[in-house]
Ligand binder design. Structure first.
Ligand code: TIU
Length: 223
């Protein structure tokens, strides 16, 4: 086995073998990142999520160049909403509910313009795109099977939102035996406080869910 690459991270350096690693980009969809989608209908300022795009774009470019696989996820539902539990459909007080017509098509419905990934981070040919009905990327998807088939044990985790789909995914991955490195400037929240505390929670207690590093640290290790 080759020596692992080392990333300066909290709570201590993260070692990874690029041959057994994947970059996971969670839910960088128009519905969360751009005005007129699900995120905004929940009352959120989507501007905060847009700060993630430039560093994540650099990470995506370098990761592709290094030959490390990239996996994208999208949160959303079938047009008949048969995969959306009533608990999710009825939760909160959104101005538009999942499935309602919005300016970017039906809110969070697969195949609609708003449901798709933003142009800046569009999946390349051959990259895996996992459609998920929940917040976690493992729940009701084939992600675990795909990662095992690729012999991946280590995940570099990016995307939105830090305390919702990123956290749920990291917790699911951790329980399944994956090691997760979360890139602090490549994950975003509508709430600055949740961003800070969400990242702290991952690396606390000796790395209870995983590690946290900046994209600069990851890029340096990858060179
Ligand atoms: N509401 C919120 O912060 N996030 C979500 O509903 N989905 C994801 O995080 N992708």
């Amino acid at each position: 086995m080759p020596d692992p690459l080392l990333v300066e991270a909290e709570p201590y350096p993260y070692g990874f073998d690029p041959a057994r690693t994947a970059l996971l980009i969670i839910d960088m969809q128009r519905d969360f990142v751009e005005p007129g989608g699900f995120g905004e209908t929940l009352g959120n300022d989507v501007g905060l999520l847009q700060e993630v795009v430039p560093p994540l774009r650099d990470v995506l470019t370098a990761t592709r160049k290094a030959g490390v696989p990239v996996i994208h996820t999208r949160e959303g539902h079938l047009p008949d909403l048969s995969d959306c539990p009533p608990s999710k459909l009825n939760r909160g007080a959104p101005s538009l509910r999942i499935g309602d017509p919005g300016p970017k098509g039906r809110i969070l419905i697969r195949g609609e313009y708003g449901h798709d990934i933003i142009d800046e981070l569009a999946p390349a040919e051959g990259e895996l795109v996992i459609d998920k009905p929940g917040k976690g990327s493992f729940h009701a998807t084939t992600l675990d099977e795909s990662l095992r088939a690729m012999d991946v044990r280590s995940l570099v985790v990016t995307g939105v939102t830090t305390e919702v789909c990123v956290h749920t995914t990291v917790r699911e991955a951790n329980d399944r035996g994956y090691e997760c490195l979360v890139l602090s400037d490549c994950v975003g929240s509508y709430f600055p406080e949740f961003q800070r505390v969400g990242l702290e929670m991952i690396a606390a207690q000796g790395g209870i869910f995983g590690w946290v590093a900046t994209s600069a640290g990851y890029l340096k290790a990858l060179q």
